[in-house]
Design a protein around this ligand. Structure first.
Ligand code: CIR
Length: 262
């Protein structure tokens, strides 16, 4: 099984409060209808890629709760309930804990003071990168590394460029040997040993792409990246992301994905 082979996913419908989600540019406010439309197309794309999708109901009290990737990390071996680093998102854990219990026998957790967002976690075949960021502190990264060791997975802690929100804002796994990354991330040397495809200038946002089985989801506003990936012989599906991008989000953020243990 490859690390990007998945048959299950958890997503959460956006609530109307999503328009109040956290964002770096307060001038860009998404519309609820726009986010909902992008989310529905995303769920359809997950299903088209053969994933069975558990759709959780909206949590109006948590505007960013549609971005389910951040409060948890899921693997065939078990799930880890994280502690999102944004105070307004910490409470997303409670409902997520219940959802994870429905799907996983093994559920580990982080403790008080240990903050980590799933957006900072990049799973690759040999190691799992944990990016230190504004949301993931050293204590959280080290605790997560320890929990992953309990699940039999090797992990390493890395730096996230301070201009971006999450590690995976700027990097994604395309295949077992290849990472797609922004120039800054590629030049950091962190991906030594991988083949790195750099996102074309002006298309840095495309680095938050999502490989699912034999399909690659890419934002539809990144034509040169789409061409780059298509040249790799992969099946690229372009999805609208302009509304969620106003909330500093992209394609990986809207789902938790895993494969049932064989
Ligand atoms: C936040 O700032 O937490 C949300 N507005 C965006 C979260 C994006 N999540 C991700 O990249 N994993």
């Amino acid at each position: 099984m490859r690390v990007f082979d998945f048959d299950r996913a958890i997503v959460r419908e956006p609530g109307r409060s999503v328009v109040n989600g956290l964002r770096s540019d307060l001038r860009s406010t998404p519309s609820f209808d726009g986010v909902l439309k992008e989310h529905r197309a995303y769920v359809a794309a997950l299903r088209a890629a053969s994933l069975e999708v558990d759709i959780l109901p909206p949590l109006e009290g948590f505007p960013d709760s549609v971005f389910v990737e951040d409060p948890a990390l899921v693997l065939p071996e078990g799930a880890i309930l994280l502690r999102p680093g944004a105070p307004s998102r910490l409470g997303e854990r409670d409902d997520m804990r219940a959802a994870l219990h429905r799907h996983f026998d093994r559920l580990l957790e982080l403790n008080d003071g240990e903050f980590a967002d799933g957006g900072d976690v990049l799973v690759t075949p040999q190691t799992i990168f944990i990016g230190l960021s504004k949301r993931t502190n050293r204590a959280g990264a080290e605790a997560l590394r320890a929990r992953l060791a309990d699940l039999g997975r090797a992990a390493r802690v890395a730096e996230t460029p301070d201009t971006i929100l999450h590690f995976k804002t700027a990097a994604a796994l395309l295949d077992e040997d290849t990472i797609v990354a922004t120039k800054v991330m590629a030049q950091s040397g962190i991906f030594a040993g991988f083949r790195v495809l750099v996102t074309p200038e002006g298309e840095e946002g495309a680095a938050n792409l999502l490989r699912l089985n034999d399909v690659v989801l890419v934002g539809d506003c990144y034509p040169r990246t789409i061409e780059l990936i298509a040249r790799e012989g992969l099946d690229v599906r372009a999805l609208a992301v302009s509304e969620v991008a106003k909330l500093d989000a992209g394609l990986s953020c809207m789902s938790l994905r895993w494969a049932r243990a064989a």
